[in-house]
Design a protein around this ligand. Structure first.
Ligand SMILES: [Zn+2]
Ligand SMILES: [Zn+2]
Length: 572
């Protein structure tokens, strides 16, 4: 049994447990195991033989036994039993954007709908409206979502694609004769979703690379295998991975070509043509003399073209080629520039870690400050803090700040922007916080005018520092809510309110284009992981990807200020 199939079983178990409304920790454990198994460079069979299952991150005694059972018997009794409890059609329904497990279960219990086809027919006839929480609009969204699934136009979220690509690279880079290995395509450009994955390898033994590639434990199906090129479907999501073995002298040209974007490549080629050269995936050529000029590295090509090196995240033909020719490319923000995380939830609301635990993690990351921003009073489902609890939290943070060295804890809140644009605490409480994020968590379906007004009102509020996840999107699940972004950016600029780059891999909100627009308008941006547990503090990297795609520089982000400067800004 292949790793990918075992990952799939664990993923399905997680989904069935979700439908059953099981313990979220247990569901998360199965999901995490599936995720980690997908990027293993070695077969689970081989790991089992060496007695190393429990060394895999996220695999404890119970899951190790389950893996052993699957390998030895080809099946898992626990899984077979669960499957009998839940029709397979319901599991497939979980793929429909915006349709949660509880609703699916309700629809099944009340209307006996157990396949996607039946669901579609019922939605078209308006029959789902007998279920609590489903309106005409919900039915329309379900129909749209089903169409999307049937078209198979599913794209993979960046973090999942990075995980699986990383697994392949880890196992292939150790092969004898492999000199260079890189992923290209939209993954290298760090787009928020990825269609398929391209990997390039320089090796003097292509056939060995090809064999190892198609035998990788995550492969589920081999689509094609030639002497220097192969394609497979891999992982729990069956994502396509194309591998090419490239010669040393062509590597840079191939990397640039397969990184794209298409628009970027077209423009570079035109530029070269104007100067009498030809660029393709093999190099730069002088056509008249029929001579190859360069192509070993990307740097070589850029300098031949008299351009500065353009980071992959910028290669979208949004002015980066012109900027590079002028020598005015932005100096993109990087992890080393980040001095703190400005959006974290603790046990006080719906986070899973104590403030002390969070602070210790922040210290490990060399942060100078960390903002603990729990939900506000109205958001009861997420443990929003009542006034009394706010004072208790302020006291705890005061004490911790006295005790801890080298880091400053900012007492914050992520306060709801209420229906009319009011913020969910009175001024007397708001002024007690070091930092206030204001976010919309309800009324997404209001008119554009009303939603925009709410956010603009929050920008005007003198206690609000940051607008959290400004468009409300959940990638692949929920579109941006309908707001006038120009108005919001204008208000943010006029009232000196920052807009957030929410780093959660499913949000990445603002997205790249809005970041660029905000930056160009002189608005400050604030990166926040929105972490609800300790491991999510690592999502800063995803936020940085989208920030870099939005041309963000150190000077544009609150998080790059040192503590003193930030405090001055917050109080100003
Ligand atoms: Zn939020
Ligand atoms: Zn939050």
């Amino acid at each position: 049994m292949k790793n990918a199939q075992i990952a799939r079983i664990f993923k399905n178990i997680a989904r069935i447990l979700e439908l059953k409304g099981d313990n979220p920790f247990r569901i998360r454990a199965y999901e995490k195991a599936a995720f980690n198994i997908e990027s293993l460079p070695e077969d689970l069979d081989a790991i089992l033989d060496k007695g190393g299952l429990k060394k895999i991150p996220g695999i404890g005694k119970d899951l190790a036994l389950k893996i052993e059972e699957i390998i030895k018997t080809g099946t898992l009794k626990f899984y077979e039993k669960l499957k009998r409890e839940m029709p397979p059609g319901l599991i497939l329904m979980l793929d429909i954007p915006g349709l949660g497990p509880r609703t699916i279960k309700n629809i099944y219990d009340k209307l006996k709908i157990d396949t996607i086809d039946k669901l579609e027919a019922a939605a078209k006839k308006g029959k789902l409206q007998s279920i609590e929480g489903i309106k005409r609009k919900t039915e329309e969204n379900i129909i749209k979502g089903i169409k999307l699934i049937k078209k198979g136009s599913k794209r993979t979220l960046l973090y999942l694609a990075l995980n699986i690509a990383g697994g392949f690279i880890d196992s292939l880079k150790g092969l004898k004769g492999v000199r260079r290995i890189e992923y290209a395509g939209s993954l290298r450009r760090r787009k928020e979703t990825v269609g398929d994955i391209d990997i390039l390898i320089e090796s003097n033994n292509p056939s060995m690379v090809m064999n190892a590639f198609v035998k990788h434990p995550s492969v589920r199906e081999v689509i094609a295998k030639g002497s220097t090129k192969a394609s497979v479907l891999a992982g729990e999501r069956n994502i396509q991975i194309d591998l090419r073995v490239v010669k040393n002298e062509n590597f840079g040209a191939a990397l640039m070509y397969f990184t794209g974007s298409k628009q970027f490549n077209i423009k570079i080629r035109q530029l070269a043509l104007k100067r009498g050269y030809k660029i393709n995936e093999y190099g730069v050529f002088d056509e008249k003399k029929n001579k190859r000029l360069c192509g070993k590295t990307e740097n070589e090509i850029f300098s031949f073209m008299k351009m500065g090196y353009i980071p992959p995240e910028l290669r979208e033909d949004r002015g980066e080629i012109e900027a590079s020719l002028r020598g005015s490319l932005p100096e993109l923000i990087g992890l080393k520039d980040i001095k703190g995380d400005l959006h974290v939830h603790s046990l006080y609301s719906d986070g899973r870690a104590s403030i002390l635990e969070i602070v210790k993690e922040a210290i490990k990351r060399n942060y100078q400050y960390i903002a603990i921003t729990d939900h506000s009073q109205s958001l009861r489902v997420a443990g929003g803090l009542q006034k009394k609890e706010v004072y208790k939290k302020i006291e705890e943070i005061k004490k911790l700040n006295k005790k801890m060295r080298g880091i400053r804890i900012l007492c914050g809140t992520e306060a709801d922007i209420l229906g009319e644009g009011k913020v969910d605490y009175p001024d007397s409480i708001l002024k007690e916080f070091d930092i206030v994020i204001a976010s919309i968590h309800s009324g997404f379906k209001q008119s554009k005018e009303k939603l925009t007004k709410r956010i603009v009102a929050a920008c005007k509020n003198k206690y609000v520092h940051i607008i959290g996840h400004p468009t409300g999107r959940l990638i692949g699940v929920r579109p941006e809510y309908d707001i006038d972004m120009d108005e919001v950016i204008k208000a943010a600029r006029d009232y000196n309110t920052a807009l957030e780059v929410n780093c959660h891999y499913q949000r990445l909100d603002l997205g790249d284009i809005n970041i660029l627009h905000a930056k160009n308008s002189g608005v400050k941006l604030s990166l926040g992981t929105d972490a609800h547990n300790l491991e999510q503090l690592d999502m800063m990297g995803f936020g940085l990807s989208v920030a870099r795609r939005g041309w963000l520089e150190k000077k544009d982000a609150l998080n790059c200020m040192d503590l003193k400067e930030l405090i001055r800004w917050l109080r100003g």
